[in-house]
Design a protein. Sequence first.
Length: 208
Amino acid sequence: MDYLERAGLVEPLEALGFYLVGFGCTTCIGNSGPLKPGVSEAVQSADLSVAAVLSGNRNFEGRIHPDVRLNYLASPPLVVAYALAGTMDLDLSTEPIGTASDGTPVHLAELWPSEQEISETIRTSLGSEMFKTRYAAVFDGDDRWKAISVAPGQTFAWDPDSTYVLRPPFLDDMGAGLTPVADIEGARVLAVLGDSVTTCLLYTSRCV
């Protein structure tokens, strides 16, 4: 956010409808929130294949949102351009992405910054003091983090009543020494997965 503020991009982005959702895993694991009212219903009722354009690193089917099957990765400026166009069914190299107030068609080439503009913006918008300020107390945490009740000790305190993370049984007989590698015999298939699979975390016999 410091980059955007120093580059003077916050206000113009917000004028276009782009706001900060949060930091961390948001869009890439579907944490950006629901679609607008009526959109999900229309997608489901008509069995539509709708698309999203994002500058993250996850483009699996349904990863961004359960109702969004097609996800395309692009640079941040290109994401903004497609948002302005409101559709992916156009050729941005030849077709206009919109119309100016006087009715003149506006093409991507007219909006796209030059390499010199990009380099100058990066040069003037980044500084070592940003990192020093933001990361000086990165391990301290905020008040909510400090208020979390933590059990004492050097190892994780398993909660037998937890409905989220349970102690796996293979830890019961695990000692400090390493067991020699041996052939796996009599194993059973835990999960057979299809071609379109996103991140899957396995805890004993459950996939969540």
